[in-house]
Design a protein around this ligand. Structure first.
Ligand code: GCU
Length: 524
């Protein structure tokens, strides 16, 4: 890993001191795993004009200022969109006598620095573009950064640039790692924190080498505003989960939402999959013309939260069967996001299970549909009928927790047995056959219901009093015969437990004692 610039090293030290970390951490060598410039800890969110304007004449200072205005006015800034970035064709075809790039005075009469200042004044950040070649991609032949890395990086820093997209055109066959590393080092030496976006189109598998070089790297060629292109980018990008993470992201290219070439369902799929894949969310439509429906897609805070989850895990593919694809993303709070995505031309049922996501056992799971906002519970099945080209997106959380009877407290003489099959965990509680015999659990609230797993192989019910924190909340609750000691059933009691620790006790009210008790499930 390269040595950080003195300025950046100082900033890191300062940050560590301010946040109370021991100073030694700041000077211990960090593993060379990623470009540790402290930026893009979650995938960058913002705007880039390319998908809507390319180099057309409507790509101007007026447009970009308008976008910055809309970021604030329409609440995009509030949901996390930060970077207002401009793409190719901002410069004149020739450098000035000092060798500096010159903003095109027709498009950007105020110059780039003034535009960056305008964007900064709104509490946003500003991004710029050039190419790791002798010229950028446009046929007009705008000058590129190859061989001019430090001069250009210094100029960008002096203008207040916060983000650089570095393209791959006219690269003269120079090794990609060499070209992109040269600009990385130049940006570092510029002294300004600049998110570094490697736009190498996935040609030399940048995910295998670019983590210590850039904050994000394109994994594919350019997206276009149609289903086949968009889903092709998702397909190419979705197998690369192991390479992305905080500060270093796979980039399947910018968003097309709002550009008009896909259906609403297709745009929701686009946005869902980009969020699942922890992709940069760079709006690529002219927000001055975007419909309210497309704004609603771009501003879906539940979906953005998946993308911006601090754990920074890209979704993995749990299954892809003839165009029916299940993605699962691990989230910082232990939840999972699950996308059921239908790439086919007909409605289909797509299914997985909570267990397949690795979320862990629970008596029930809450599935929140992040587009319809409806929630439902399931004991494990995650399934939906998904229209053609649509994606059903769930946030899956454990709705409760199980407390096994083998970890409960039993009144004197009670035993934990395992001689009747079918129990959960490693055994069940066999309370003494006597009035007053009890089984007691310590459980955390809040809780809305308690479900007891049990078996009763006799012909008569085994009633108990249920108490919470020493107060009887239900008397003589029957635990009916289940037909055999190996036949397990449940009894559920609605409760209203506040957060904090609680004692739940079942006390036998007859000389038969309690039924054999397997577990207590606490529903949230
Ligand atoms: C049988 C059964 C036990 C059960 C007991 C009871 O002995 O094997 O598991 O606890 O009956 O009547 O409580």
């Amino acid at each position: 890993m390269r040595a950080p610039s003195p300025l950046r090293r100082f900033a890191t030290l300062l940050a560590l001191v301010v946040t109370g970390f021991p100073l030694v951490q700041a000077i211990a060598p960090a593993p060379a795993l990623a470009l540790e410039n402290g930026l893009a800890r979650t995938p960058p969110m913002g705007f880039n004009n390319w998908n809507s304007t390319h180099c057309r004449a409507d790509f101007t200072e007026t447009m970009i200022k308008g976008i910055a205005d809309i970021f604030v006015a329409k609440g995009l800034k509030d949901v996390g969109y930060t970077y207002v970035n401009i793409d190719d064709c901002w410069a004149l075809p020739s450098r000035n006598p000092s060798g500096d790039l010159v903003p095109d005075p027709a498009r950007f009469p105020g110059g780039i620095k003034a535009l960056a200042d305008y964007v900064h004044a709104k509490g946003l950040k500003f991004g710029l573009y050039t190419s790791a070649g002798t010229k950028t991609c446009n046929t007009a032949g705008f000058p590129g950064g190859l061989g001019h890395e430090q001069q250009d990086a210094n100029l960008f820093a002096s203008w207040g640039v916060d983000y650089l997209k570095y393209d791959n055109c006219n690269n003269q066959g120079v090794d990609a790692q060499q070209r992109y590393t040269a600009m990385r080092d130049a940006l570092a030496k510029s002294g300004r924190p600049i998110v570094y976006s490697i736009c190498e189109w996935g040609q030399s598998k940048p995910w295998t080498w670019a983590a210590p070089v850039g904050n994000l790297w394109r994994t594919t060629g350019d997206i276009s505003d149609k289903w086949s292109s968009m889903i092709g980018k998702a397909q190419a990008n979705r197998g690369l989960a192991q390479y992305g993470g905080p500060g270093h992201w796979n980039d399947p290219d910018m968003l097309e939402v709002g550009n008009g070439g896909m259906t609403a369902a297709e745009y929701r799929t686009h946005f869902s999959l980009w969020a699942m894949m922890a992709a940069p969310l760079l709006i690529g439509s002219d927000l001055r013309k975007v419909s309210d429906d497309d704004f609603a897609i771009l501003k879906n805070a539940d979906v953005i939260a998946l993308d911006q989850d601090v754990l920074g895990k890209q979704a993995t593919v749990l299954g892809a069967n003839a165009g029916l694809v299940v993605y699962s993303k691990v989230l910082a709070n232990g939840d999972r996001a699950v996308a059921l995505s239908n790439e086919t031309g007909a409605t289909a049922t797509i299914a997985t299970t909570a267990a397949a996501t690795g979320i862990g056992g629970a008596p029930a799971y809450t599935l929140k549909d992040l587009w319809s906002k409806a929630s439902r519970t399931t004991t494990g099945s995650i399934s939906a009928s998904v229209p053609s080209h649509a994606t059903v997106l769930y946030r899956v959380s454990r709705a409760g927790s199980r407390y096994e009877a083998e970890s409960a407290t039993l009144s004197a003489g009670g035993t934990v047995d395992a001689n009747h099959a079918g129990f959960s965990g490693t055994g069940f509680a066999n309370g003494v056959n006597a009035v007053g015999s009890y089984v007691e659990w310590q459980v955390p609230g809040p809780a809305s219901a308690l479900t007891f797993g049990y078996a009763n192989g006799t012909a008569a019910a085994r009633p108990v009093d249920v108490s919470v924190d020493g107060v009887v909340v239900a008397t003589g609750v029957p635990f009916p015969a289940t037909g055999a000691w190996t036949t397990w059933s449940t009894v559920t009691k609605a409760v209203s437990l506040a957060s904090g620790q609680h004692t739940v006790r079942l006390t036998a009210t007859t000389a038969d004692g309690p039924a054999n008790l397997d577990y207590l499930d606490v529903q949230r």
